[in-house]
Design a protein around this ligand. Structure first.
Ligand SMILES: [Zn+2]
Length: 143
């Protein structure tokens, strides 16, 4: 996380649901159903829970949640360092999001279902890229 005195980074986002606010602070963008209140990552027009149409309002999603499930990835594309931990997180606002868990050894004995995690924004240089991109990961939330 950037400190307050650090100028806002300008790296473009690596995915469409990762955005920056007017101050340059990153957030995960989602929508909230105006009918039932369920939240989703990214944009959509129809609620998958109550089927209401055109009631979605843009929201900043929660940055904390709990690990729902994980896979330890041992083989990937050239240039992608393995192993890494691919996860699905139940965010505290009800949205579900895919991500990568860092700060934990890729060992099933060290990863627990329902463990608390939080978003960690990072500027990364993807393999083969010519510029840095803003990305998000999850790390253990011990707070
Ligand atoms: Zn709904």
């Amino acid at each position: 996380m950037a400190e307050a005195a650090t100028p806002a980074p300008v790296a473009p986002s690596i995915t469409s649901h990762l955005k920056r606010d007017a101050d340059g602070k990153p957030y995960i963008a989602g929508v909230k159903c105006g009918n039932c209140g369920h939240t989703y990552v990214g944009e959509r027009n129809t609620c998958a829970k109550c089927y209401a149409r055109n009631t979605m309002q843009p929201v900043k999603l929660a940055e904390k949640g709990k690990l729902y499930t994980f896979s330890i990835i041992h083989r990937s594309f050239p240039g992608i360092e393995t192993p890494f931990i691919d996860i699905i997180v139940d965010l505290d606002d009800g949205a579900h999001i895919k991500g990568i868990l860092k700060g934990v050894d890729p060992d099933p004995a060290k990863i627990t279902f329902d463990m608390r995690v939080k978003v960690d924004y990072q500027e990364i240089m993807p393999a083969g890229a010519k510029e840095k991109y803003l990305a998000y990961y999850f790390i253990p939330d011990n707070s």
